[in-house]
Design a protein around this ligand. Sequence first.
Ligand code: DAT
Ligand code: MG
Length: 168
Amino acid sequence: MKKEIVLILLKPDVQAKGLTGYIIDHFDRTGLELIAMKIVKVSKVLAEAHYRHLKGQPFFGEIVNYLQGNLHGRQKVVALVYGGPKAVSVCRRVAGATNPEDAHLKSVRGSVGRVTTKGVYENMVHVSSDQKEARREVSLWFSPDEIGKDIYPTKIETMKTYSKKVWK
Ligand code: DAT
Ligand code: MG
């Protein structure tokens, strides 16, 4: 069976509620391969790029705010890449429906998500919707050398001037 790749994000309320391990456990128990994982501080630019296809929706500002952690005082997201047969549909089932009130009760969103009185879907996880989106999202959140295997084509770029933060 053809293997798929999926990007999962644990949104900042997952850490604020102490549910990081609980939620990763749900995805891990699927038997899919955990390919990469890291913690990311989410800039506005990154959050807007992630949700760029939803620009123009009335809730765009709120979901960018939510992903950045501005609603929960934790400016961090856990990003994971899983791979395996039917990874997208398997992980979307684990996550549950977009609106936590519609999500089945044993799903992540159905069990620990909520809709705020302001109407924000605090649905705790992002899961890629298809293989095209997964590639765009994984490329946005991870560099090739953060992923142990070549899941997408890479190239070598030689920089003339290059500076980066290193340990003192
Ligand atoms: P999903 O995250 O299930 O793939 P999506 O990609 O359509 O859903 O939307 C991205 C996020 O935007 C979603 O996680 C929650 C928010 N959202 C979507 N539809 C919404 C709505 N009608 N009202 C409020 N927030 C919404
Ligand atoms: Mg989506």
